[in-house]
Design a protein around this ligand. Structure first.
Ligand code: NAP
Ligand code: MG
Length: 489
């Protein structure tokens, strides 16, 4: 598909107070990581732009913060409809901008639309509550926080956007959001849909780098809440900025999730396929990827044989090719980082069972296509401890249950986990023992509206995609009415 069919603008300025800036002192090129083709220019904003955005959001909050949930719900449903109607084009923009394959990007749009509809629906039941007290009545109201500063990464642009915007807007807040420099285009295109549905200033998008725009958002005195998805290292900086100003922060950070195969599974091939999808999703550039596969000794040899066979059958190809299973890394930097981890694995004595190389794909001269890779490793090796963010799986053999649980919990992360077994007791006992925000039994990454998502330990703070998220975007105010019906009370 040519760039013309994507209907991109040649230049995207910041989206502030319902309008795109038409000029910018600094611009950065957005390009297709697979082909190197230039897609559009995007403003590289600075602290002064963030300041204008926060002012616009603060002004918009005066009225948006007082709207009824019904009005916000209608706006979010309309936004979901507009994004759904434009999803194929937007998915192609993301596919070209970030290098992920088109079938996956369509799935991301389905999930993002579901996210807007989910919060549009549950906000109607997010009641205030009250109760009689001696001599009166007390009401506890949920009120919005104000301007929320949100910073998102490049791996799932539209899912990240929806996870951040939908609950913030449903709860009555206004937003200043920074997309990732490597993945701004679809977000800026979606601003056109936002302006059709929301009053000016309710959502402002300020593209630019983390060091310039990100720090200006996290340190701005007008911002009343921070929400961040990305690395644990930057997450810590965001938490520090929030602590300085005593504002809440929700953080969705890295992962190194265990995926555990018991010997009693009944369909080995189905588990092989599911465990493969768990690690190659987003070309492995996913915080929730199931990157540490614990396989029980009794089935180990046969399981690993079929796993290698399955990996060998994956189609590594161009992002817009419908047959592609694994596509290209977001950037040369990320590609080199993944290749360096593969070298680390070899150097520390892990056994390479499949893959390990950069592949060439026709028509994609600049892309870093990394062969889906399997290492047999031990749990303490670096490649089994650190987040690689590429299609690299470490397989770990287990026999003793307690040792396996200790190893599964033996990283600094605690985002997600998987279990494959036909025994309900093993499944539930193991689910209880795992230090992870999500446990998926017999189907990895089984995420739906209303299933809380977020991390234990260094994987973050707070939960997204659930009712609790609305609480995290609001605060309680109690109003106590003294009717003097009872004297001296
Ligand atoms: P990152 O540095 O944490 O970036 C995430 C977002 O934070 C980007 O929008 C980034 O801006 C911004 N940012 C960077 N420094 C900031 C600062 N000091 N203050 C405020 N915002 C700041 O992640 P990355 O460099 O893209 O990836 C590095 C590693 O992080 C990956 O290899 C992976 O291990 C992990 N990661 C995890 C997730 C996840 O979903 N949990 C997502 C992405 C990455 P820029 O636009 O300038 O980058
Ligand atoms: Mg790009």
């Amino acid at each position: 598909m040519s760039v013309i069919d994507l209907e991109l603008d040649p230049f995207y300025g910041a989206f502030i107070d319902g309008k795109f800036d038409t000029d910018a002192r600094n611009r950065a090129a957005a390009s297709d990581p697979a082909t190197g083709e230039h897609l559009a220019d995007v403003a590289s904003c600075d602290a002064a732009d963030v300041d204008r955005a926060v002012s616009a959001a603060a002004a918009a909050f005066e009225s948006w913060g007082r709207t009824l949930p019904e009005e916000r719900s209608r706006a979010l449903h309309r936004l979901a409809d507009l994004i759904e109607a434009d999803a194929e084009r937007l998915a192609r923009i993301d596919s070209r901008d970030v290098g992920r394959h088109i079938r996956e990007m369509r799935e991301d749009y389905r999930m993002a639309v579901e996210q807007f509809r989910y919060f549009a629906s549950i906000v109607l039941a997010h009641e205030d509550f009250g109760r009689p007290i001696p001599g009166g009545y007390s009401i506890a109201k949920r009120v919005p926080l104000g301007v929320c500063g949100q910073i998102i990464p490049w791996n799932d642009p539209v899912v990240m956007l929806a996870f951040k915007l939908a609950p913030a807007l449903a709860a009555g807040n206004t937003v200043v959001l920074k997309p990732d420099v490597n993945a701004s285009l679809a977000t800026l295109e979606i601003c056109k849909h936002l302006s059709a549905v929301l009053p000016p200033g309710v959502v402002n998008v300020v593209p630019g780098t983390g060091t310039e725009v990100g720090t200006a958002i996290s340190g701005h005195p007008g911002v009343r809440k921070l929400a961040f998805t990305g690395s644990t290292e930057v997450g810590r900086l965001i938490a520090e900025a929030a602590a300085q100003r005593l504002i809440p922060a929700t953080l969705e950070l890295g992962g190194k999730s265990p995926n555990i195969v018991f010997p009693d599974i009944d369909d080995l091939d189905a588990v092989v396929a599911d465990a493969t999808a768990a690690v190659v999703v987003c070309n492995g550039q996913s915080c929730l990827a199931g990157t540490r596969l614990f396989v029980h000794e009794d089935i180990y040899d046969e399981f690993v044989r079929r796993l290698v066979e399955h990996f060998a059958g994956l189609v590594v190809g161009a992002p817009l090719d419908e047959d592609t299973d694994v596509s290209c890394m977001i950037s040369a930097r990320q590609g080199e980082r993944v290749l360096a981890y593969i070298e680390t694995g070899r150097a520390e004595g892990a056994r390479l069972l499949h893959g390990g190389k950069r592949l060439a794909v026709d028509g994609c001269p600049t892309g870093y296509f990394i062969e889906p890779t399997i290492f047999e490793a031990t749990a303490t090796m670096r490649i089994a401890q650190e987040e690689i963010f590429g299609p690299v799986l470490t397989v770990i053999r287990w026999n003793d249950y307690e040792t396996m649980i200790a190893e599964a919990n033996g990283t600094r992360y605690g985002l997600a986990s998987g279990i494959y077994t036909s025994n309900l007791n093993s499944a539930l006992e193991t689910a209880d023992r795992l230090e992870a925000g999500s446990v998926w039994i017999n189907h990895y990454a089984n995420l739906h509206g209303g299933t809380p998502f977020g991390g234990f330990k260094d994987s973050g703070l707070g939960r997204e995609y659930c009712r609790e998220t609305l609480n995290a975007y609001s605060q309680l105010k109690s109003i106590t009415i003294h009717t003097a019906a009872e004297k001296d009370s």
